[in-house]
Design a protein around this ligand. Structure first.
Ligand code: PBG
Length: 341
């Protein structure tokens, strides 16, 4: 038996009659409090360099960050996530855990300017290594690992480095660390390293469910981090898999993740929903990634889409799918539009 009577008793249009009625029955409400705004930081002075494939997104030097953070805060956005472009790259990515590294400087500057701003740091190797991979490589003669192929991203040796990176971000004043490298055991390694250094109060936002996605293309321009050879399929997830997302999420929770992330967002709304349903107690973030941003910006620049309308629709859809928090390059625009509604 049908749950609802049929027409003419049922007329769903009755509740869509006026804007006020529609607002009363709206199930999902987007709020700037949901947003985490990504920032790209580089060395130098007075730099505000637009990323060609991401109009409206800039690489900033540290001296630009106080004003930027104040603007973000004034829009009601509570958090930023930092990505650094180092002065020099090497096989290990030494600047990644240097006390005066670019991200460490950025964290200190933002926390000084806007102490209440929640500063999240991305913990990975790919922006810092000269080969552009997310871990140490199986290279050399003899190779560090005898049974794995040359150039393979080594898991366990990489864990030691990301533990150091997380501690150095915490020392600089980061509020949350977010490992994005999809190494097995990365959450456990970071939790142990933080606890040992008495940062047991610093939460971990794990990029637990991160796909090997073509949608990261523009980010790799922005962060100057494309892999010099090969791709990231030996550690990031296969886009065809969804059940596996629950395994990744479950393992990361067991290792100590305080929050989880699904990335990208729009092509993976089903995965966001499944992870939220499986772990409703754990705050879930979704990363509306660079390629998702660039597609809308490109179409809007051509007059093919109404930017404001589709951005708010896309972000609402991500929240409706089950995300509590959204990392998005649209955050400042969306916050302005929401305020003017
Ligand atoms: C890795 C990292 C990436 C993104 C965030 N963290 C790139 C990658 O895995 O290649 C992508 C974000 C985006 O596309 O907006 N440090």
């Amino acid at each position: 038996m049908a749950k609802f009577p049929t027409f003419p008793t049922s007329r769903p249009r009755r509740l869509r009659h006026t804007p006020a009625l529609r607002a009363m029955v709206r199930e999902t409400e987007l709020n700037p409090r949901d947003f985490i705004y990504p920032l790209f930081v580089r060395h130098g002075q007075g730099i505000r360099r637009e990323v060609p494939s991401m109009p409206g997104v800039f690489q900033l030097s540290v001296d630009q960050l106080a004003a930027e953070a104040e603007e973000v805060a004034s829009l009601g956005i509570p958090a930023v996530i930092l990505f650094g472009i180092p002065a020099q790259k090497d096989p290990v990515g030494l600047e990644n855990f240097a006390p005066d590294g670019i991200v460490q400087q950025a964290v200190r500057t933002i926390k000084e300017a806007v102490p209440d701003m929640v500063v999240v740091t991305d913990v990975c190797l790919c922006e810092y290594t000269d080969h552009g991979h997310c871990g140490l490589l199986n290279v050399g003669d003899p190779r560090p690992h005898p049974h794995l192929p040359e150039g393979y991203v080594l898991n366990d040796p990489t864990l030691e480095i990301i533990g150091k990176v997380a501690v150095s971000h915490a020392e600089a004043g980061a509020d949350i660390v977010a490992p994005s490298g999809m190494m097995d055991g990365m959450v456990q390694a970071i939790r142990r390293a933080l606890d040992e250094a008495q940062y047991e109060h610093i939460p971990i936002l794990s990029y637990a469910v991160k796909y090997a996605s073509g949608f990261y293309g523009p980010f790799r321009d922005a962060a100057e981090s494309p892999p010099k050879f090969g791709d990231r399929s030996s550690h990031q997830m296969d886009p065809a898999n969804a059940a596996e997302a629950l395994k990744e999420a479950s393992i990361d929770i067991a290792e100590g993740a305080d929050m989880l992330m699904v990335k990208p967002a729009l092509p993976y709304l089903d995965v966001i929903r499944r992870v939220k349903d499986a772990f409703p107690e754990v705050p879930l973030a979704a990363y509306n990634v660079s390629g998702e941003y660039s597609m809308i910006k490109a179409a809007a620049a051509n007059g093919w889409l109404d930017e404001r309308r589709v951005v708010l629709e896309a972000l609402t859809a991500i929240k409706r799918a089950g995300a509590d928090l959204i990392l998005t390059y649209h955050a400042k625009d969306a916050a302005r539009w929401l305020a003017s509604d």
